[in-house]
Design a protein around this ligand. Structure first.
Ligand SMILES: Cc1cc2nc3c(=O)[nH]c(=O)nc-3n(C[C@H](O)[C@H](O)[C@H](O)COP(=O)(O)O)c2cc1C
Length: 415
């Protein structure tokens, strides 16, 4: 790997060698796996959610289904996996081992109790095994045990209660892992803060159905003839993750550090989460798709980005986009524009013509002899659908140009 800038960051008073972590899932299931991920460059881990052995977890088979759209493999991942099925003692020993052999790396123990007593005992045991931080899993959308996972995350009283239960028995920082399956994510986050959370992780999976088999009428993953509403992850949910992180970061009453999660595969995704207010990122589906090695490109990309933009530390990036994310009524509607065409590079596919006729402002006509669009600027709405339908990119063939006092859009003031 190329020589990197200092990518370290302090989060809840814990120093991370870099902001890229494994999220709690099968990618963070054992010390052996996590050790390999650390070797590749991950700065920390949210260990697969621990639970007590009294309720035996048996994972369905199959437990995941990749969602392919067109030629894009794994744009999403549907899973019905629950918390760990490994014995608690084995997991605690693994956490102890990791802290002994990777002392500069951060181990976050994710926990889920099925009663107040279990939250207390799990928290004490995980902290006792040397975990640096606890992450309270209030957000798995498909737990089979009543009153657990997302059911807690949707019930603000329970979030506050279980967070304060854990707060009262451990000294290490506590993160609440939030569900996106809620109307306003800031409300449960405020309850977590009231209960004593030091930070937040957002988001867990989106409750969804991705595909129904047309021959057997069963959603995927098809578990012996039955599917279920369950957790959806991967690039398809990145926009939801970014939205949730932004809402949490913009909530001034909260003012808590955030670990961003959902659809991160590249350094660009990572940087976007940082810009929206996350100080760390966590990854599962990106690793399911490409393996732990994705972290090498992420760290290199981050380092180059910092160098190019003149950032001296990761924390300088955090939240940089927040002032630019505003309610839509803050748009300056007096500023309008049009599409500008570089027809020398046009391949004559006609997509811009079709989309403008059927979904835009009918400002593009088609010259059948030359096989080129004929664009009428006066009629152009500046909606720019043509630009993202056009297959010629890098730089885009169709770009945006602002037009002063655009007559076709702005009604005369006297009207
Ligand atoms: C198969 C699978 C199992 C998961 N198990 C857990 C879990 O035990 N605890 C937890 O907090 N999140 C769990 N998650 C959610 C992930 O940690 C993460 O929040 C989510 O997948 C979004 O990130 P991604 O798009 O990078 O996968 C699981 C996700 C998947 C795909």
């Amino acid at each position: 790997m190329a020589k990197l800038l200092d990518l370290s960051i302090d989060f809840c008073d814990v120093k991370f060698p870099n902001p890229v972590l494994l999220s709690s899932s099968p990618v963070s299931n054992t010390a052996e796996m996590i050790g390999r991920a650390f070797e590749y460059g991950f700065g920390g881990v949210a260990y697969k959610t621990l639970g007590f052995d009294n309720i035996k977890i048996i994972h369905p088979s199959p437990r995941m289904a990749g969602y392919t759209y067109g030629s894009n493999n794994l744009i999403g991942l549907q899973n019905v996996e629950q918390i760990t099925d490994r014995p608690l003692q084995d997991n605690l020993m693994d956490i102890e081992y990791l802290k002994k052999h990777w002392s500069n790396h951060v181990v976050i123990a994710s926990i889920m109790g099925f009663s107040e007593e279990e939250w207390i005992e799990l928290a004490k045991m995980a902290a006792g095994s040397g975990a640096d931080i606890l992450e309270l899993n209030f957000s798995c959308p498909h737990m089979t045990v009543e009153g657990s996972g997302m059911k807690v995350g949707q019930s603000f009283g329970l979030i506050e209660k279980f967070t304060s239960t854990v707060r009262n028995v451990v000294d290490i920082p506590i993160l609440a892992k939030m569900t996106p399956n809620i109307t306003d994510i800031t409300e449960p986050a405020l309850s977590a803060k009231k209960g004593g959370a030091d930070g937040l992780t957002a988001i867990n999976t989106v409750r969804a159905l991705t595909e129904i088999g047309l021959d057997d009428n069963v959603p995927k993953p098809n578990v012996a003839g039955i599917g279920a509403m369950s957790g959806y992850s991967g690039p398809a949910i990145k926009p939801i993750g970014l939205r949730c992180v932004t809402e949490l970061a913009q909530c001034t009453d909260l003012n808590l550090p955030i670990a961003g999660c959902g659809g991160i595969e590249t350094w660009v995704d990572t940087t976007e989460y940082l810009l929206c207010g996350a100080s760390l990122v966590q990854i599962t589906t990106g690793v399911v798709h490409y393996g732990y090695r994705i972290v090498e490109d992420i760290l290199e990309g981050l380092s180059y980005y910092m160098e190019e933009k003149g950032f001296k530390s990761i924390s300088e990036i955090v939240g940089k986009a927040l002032p630019n994310i505003q309610p839509t009524d803050r748009f300056d509607l007096s500023r309008q524009g049009v599409g500008e065409y570089d027809l020398d590079r046009c391949v004559g596919c006609g997509q811009c013509y079709i989309v403008c006729q059927d979904a835009g402002g009918q400002c593009i006509d088609w010259d059948y002899d030359k096989r080129r669009p004929v664009h009428d600027e006066e009629k152009c709405l500046g909606c720019m659908i043509c630009s993202f339908i056009c297959p010629v990119s890098d730089p885009p063939l169709i770009s945006y140009r602002e037009v002063k006092n655009k007559k076709s859009v702005i009604p005369p003031v006297s009207e």
